[in-house]
Design a protein. Sequence first.
Length: 277
Amino acid sequence: MAAETFWVDGVVNTEVPPDDRGLCLADGAFETLRVESGVISCKRRHAKRLGRGLEVLNFPEPSQTALKCVDEAEAILNNTIPQATGTLRLTLTRGSGPRGYKVPERQKPRCILRFSPGLANFGALAPLTVSRVRWSSQPFFRGCKLLARTEQVVALEEARGRGFSDAIMCDASGSWVSTTSGNLFLRVGDRFITPPVDEVGIAGTRREAILDQWAEMLGYQVSIRKISSDDIASAQEAWCCNSVVGIRRIVAVDQFTFTEMTASDALSACIHSEKAS
């Protein structure tokens, strides 16, 4: 495997100060970016979501900071590794600060980049299980991608320890919300069903593209609502999506199987067309 490259505030570096608030308090937000030939996919969607995260964290000038960070990340990567293809993790913390929760009067956010070269060809997910770890409900942070990911780490580790490739994570009521790293969709007939992200979950960039463009373009209706047991039992197809893997078909979750791939294949074709345009 080719070596990864790290930058801290624009300089190739692997060291973050031990008083960084992102390290100590998970005080920050992040984006995981797919890069092909030096170009970040869905760049403006990522910048918009990062800006929402910085806004709820009360960072100074959140929208401008987010857009600047994403643009600079692309420039830094291309200056160091021209025409790079791989995954770029952008982490923005509040920077260094004294012990305790109180936000420093003078904030100096810190941008940490991690580039992993190469992109795998992701096939269908092997059987999943429903995790015992639930999403915590926090409407104030709805849809944002903040640093604290403990629930997802534990849910994935638990599933893998039981022989599964990933897990479905539920809300407090037991309704399916997502996999540990992707938004969830079911297809029932000519309708896509995906859970809302106003209380739990992440507002994914691929999810947004499906809702805004691709579902209608492909002739499907969309319902944004909690997934019911009837939906699961009658669904012909299921998939998860995120910016790195694109559309990834789910073949089974515990006793439920999903045998078709019509919509997931068509959505994957939308992504390929987007890259070519």
